[in-house]
Design a binder for this molecule. Structure first.
Ligand SMILES: Nc1ncnc2c1ncn2[C@@H]1O[C@H](COP(=O)(O)OP(=O)(O)OP(=O)(O)O)[C@@H](O)[C@H]1O
Length: 253
């Protein structure tokens, strides 16, 4: 099995607050992995550790076969080009237009002629389904759904192999959320992406996730398809998937 993310023995502490303890995780190439768990179980922290923004107390993290920790700045820079990230809320630069936001990672990583960079940015913006006239708008002039799409366009700016999404559908109405889910699935299929997706959205899990990892008890308590998880006898997992919302998302009544 080809794993693009491999985490072993991860321990995370903030003072005497232990968030992760001996956490292991494997993410398969090409899958959309949903990462769920109660509030404060360390989903966002795990994401930040995998992309090297936060150093865990202990553990090994490999992305695309390369270590994320204890590596040279140059090797890390090369590795970082191979993933894209969409933080909660899109996290766009508010003073820049959509075009400039999408161009930002290109400017940072490559020395491209302006015209070439503009063409590439226009392609990315079109790929995420934003209209042409959104290009020169600032994030504050866009709807929540459009901002997320712009954030997605920036995440795929450098043709990444992996995309990390932190609660992409949070704050969207159900129609906008479903449209964003379809976009994630379409782009995964078209670009062969692997998607690491932190979410609370049960509909997203059902609509697009190949597997789901459940964070509980300071580790990945269970990982598998939704059918596999429904068979796990653990109180949080039972309540989450078998509660009214979980059953509704599964199309049961
Ligand atoms: N920089 C930090 N310093 C101290 N504690 C932190 C820091 N970052 C996160 N934490 C703590 O780590 C825990 C996990 O945080 P994290 O944001 O990863 O949770 P989460 O699972 O993503 O939660 P939610 O679903 O509510 O977004 C929380 O208790 C949080 O307060």
């Amino acid at each position: 099995m080809d794993h693009v993310i491999r985490v072993r023995g991860l321990c995370t502490r903030f003072g005497d607050h232990i968030v992760h303890e001996d956490l292991d995780l494997d993410v398969r190439r090409g899958e959309i992995l949903g990462v769920v768990g109660g509030s404060g179980t360390g989903k966002s922290v795990l994401l930040r550790q995998i992309i090297g923004l936060l150093d865990p107390a202990e553990g090994e993290i490999e992305v695309l076969g390369e270590p994320v920790r204890d590596t040279s700045p140059e090797a890390f820079r090369r590795l970082r080009r191979r993933w894209g990230v969409m933080f909660q809320g899109g996290a766009l630069f508010s003073s820049l237009s959509v075009r400039e936001n999408v161009e930002a990672p290109m400017r940072e990583q490559f020395d491209l002629p302006d015209e070439f960079r503009e063409t590439l940015a226009a392609i990315k913006v079109r790929m995420v389904g934003l209209p042409e006239n959104a290009m020169d708008k600032r994030p504050s002039e866009l709807s929540g759904g459009m901002r997320k799409r712009a954030g997605f366009a920036r995440a795929i700016a450098l043709d990444p192999e992996i995309v990390f999404l932190d609660e992409p559908t949070a704050g969207l109405d159900p129609i906008g959320a479903a449209a964003l889910d379809s976009l994630v699935a379409q782009l995964r299929d078209a670009l062969g992406l692997t998607v690491f997706l932190v979410t609370h959205d049960l509909d997203t899990l059902h609509a697009i996730c190949d597997r789901v990892a459940v964070l509980a008890e300071r580790r990945v308590l269970a990982i598998g398809t939704l059918d596999e998880l429904r068979a796990v006898d653990h109180p949080w997992i039972r309540d989450y998937f078998g509660g009214p919302r979980g059953r509704a998302a599964a199309g049961e009544h």
